[in-house]
Design a protein around this ligand. Structure first.
Ligand SMILES: [Zn+2]
Length: 445
């Protein structure tokens, strides 16, 4: 049986991840994501109403016409985790394949909501939720399982696809956090076992491979947030925190710190509601009992008005808008577009890093300047990454000992940084290490 990899999306760029693997006549797809910065270029466009061919042209979703190169039948679409750059294109593309969609329970719940929101296409693929370690037979020759790992969203998995020629490991995205705030550490024993049994190929993210050492644990972010929230200078002042709505562990940390200082956590915004309520309903997280959640814009306005009346020092609003996105709550607060008023000494905390593109830089600069002009004290970058650093990748290669490596998730600048590491470990470019571009195929065995 011959095996080849097709890079569909996310290889010349950051976002819209999609990879296909053909084993004989059977094809497996890993992820179907969107590219958020391309989407931001078209603020007037309604994603749910736009046709996939237009979205491909705009570079928002992967160009899956490349799939026509492969001879065979798609047997499964496997989703690694719930981030939009990994599953956001499912409502636009999945209906073209007569195959089930596999994911961990939280990922499947999120993709179900995405599909329900779609207005252009009817996606009726069967959705199958699998727990970590649950072996699933895709066909007579292929099976798979999700291996537990850590990232910046709960229920993230590294995918092990078992073929007659060895396992293919799809590791987008991950961090090897041994002290996570939520969930269990990665399943190192399983990775080791898979490595011993034989790994044909590792397809891996390369986001932070240029950073030395190991990625700090989420516990470090918890300490950073707690340090700022429990300090004494602002007994009467407001504390507002913005973070990623999908980063459930971080939201939990912030809500718990708020509770600790006697303030009620308020989760505000549609995405905050969607990710956090879904996680809580699935019993994947427990927020303090004092927590409330409001998603609807009008209810958010009403809540902010009430909050001004009862006293800003009673609450900690946890809001969207850490990148200065137009229309987000923090941006609207900065612009005085809500009933909330920033006063001298109010604390605004950003528990996120800048997602580095020029649009975010400009929007964030504007928001920070407006907030500062009203007397806010700003705390930025109270954050640790959810992506493995160089020495994490080194450890991971050691655990798995793959015959071939393909580095993905980033342009050539990032994926070639991975090449440096792989070279140090004895791999050779174009022999057993491959840098791929969108639309390109690579035979393995
Ligand atoms: Zn991710």
């Amino acid at each position: 049986m011959d095996i080849e990899i097709l890079a569909v999306g996310g290889y010349n760029e950051f976002g819209r991840n999609m990879t296909a693997v053909r084993c004989g006549k059977e094809i497996i797809i890993f992820d179907m994501g969107i590219r958020l910065d391309s989407l931001m270029m078209h603020p007037e466009m309604e994603l749910e109403n736009t046709h996939s061919l237009d979205l491909i042209q705009m570079g928002v979703i992967p160009d899956d016409t490349a799939m026509n190169q492969l001879e065979g039948t798609v047997k499964a679409i496997i989703l690694s985790h719930g981030h939009l750059d990994h599953l956001g294109a499912v409502p636009k593309l999945a209906h073209r394949y007569n195959a089930p969609i596999l994911g961990t329970p939280y990922t499947i719940e999120l993709v179900k909501q995405q599909i329900e929101g779609e207005k252009k296409f009817g996606v009726n693929n069967k959705l199958i939720a699998l727990k970590y370690g649950q072996r699933y037979n895709i066909s007579n020759i292929l099976s798979m399982e999700f291996v537990r790992t850590q990232h910046s969203i709960i229920d993230t998995a590294t995918v092990a696809l078992y073929t007659p020629k060895g396992a293919i490991i799809y590791a987008l995205d991950f961090k090897l956090d041994r002290n996570p705030v939520l969930g269990e550490p990665p399943d190192f024993a399983k990775f080791k076992k898979i490595g011993n049994e034989g790994v044909l190929c590792l397809i891996t993210e390369s986001t932070n491979v240029n950073r030395k050492g190991r990625c700090p644990s989420e516990q470090i972010a918890k300490s950073m947030v707690r340090d700022v929230m429990t300090s004494y200078e602002d007994d009467k002042n407001a504390i507002i925190v913005s973070t990623f709505a999908s980063h459930i562990a971080r939201v939990k940390t912030i809500a718990e710190c708020a509770n600790e200082i006697g303030r009620k956590p308020l989760l505000l915004g549609r995405s905050m509601e969607r990710y956090c309520v879904t996680a809580e309903q699935m019993k994947l997280v427990r927020f303090p009992d004092t927590t409330s959640v409001f998603g609807n814009r009008r209810v958010v306005e009403r809540t902010l008005r009430r909050l001004i009346k009862t006293g800003k020092d009673q609450y900690v609003p946890i809001v969207t808008g850490h990148q200065g996105e137009p229309g987000s709550i923090l941006t609207r607060i900065a612009q005085n577009d809500t009933p909330y008023r920033i006063e001298r000494g109010d604390k605004v905390m950003i528990s996120a890093q800048l997602i580095p593109n020029d649009m975010n830089r400009a929007q964030r600069y504007r928001m920070f300047t407006l907030l500062k002009g009203q007397g806010a004290r700003l705390f930025d970058e109270l954050h640790v990454s959810g992506h493995a650093y160089c020495e994490d990748h080194y450890e991971f290669i050691h655990l798995l000992n793959p015959q071939y490596i393909v580095s993905a998730h980033g342009g050539i600048d990032l994926t070639s940084e991975y090449l440096d590491l792989a070279r140090e470990m004895g791999y050779t470019l174009n022999k057993d290490f491959f840098l791929m571009t969108n639309g390109q195929r690579q035979k393995l065995a």
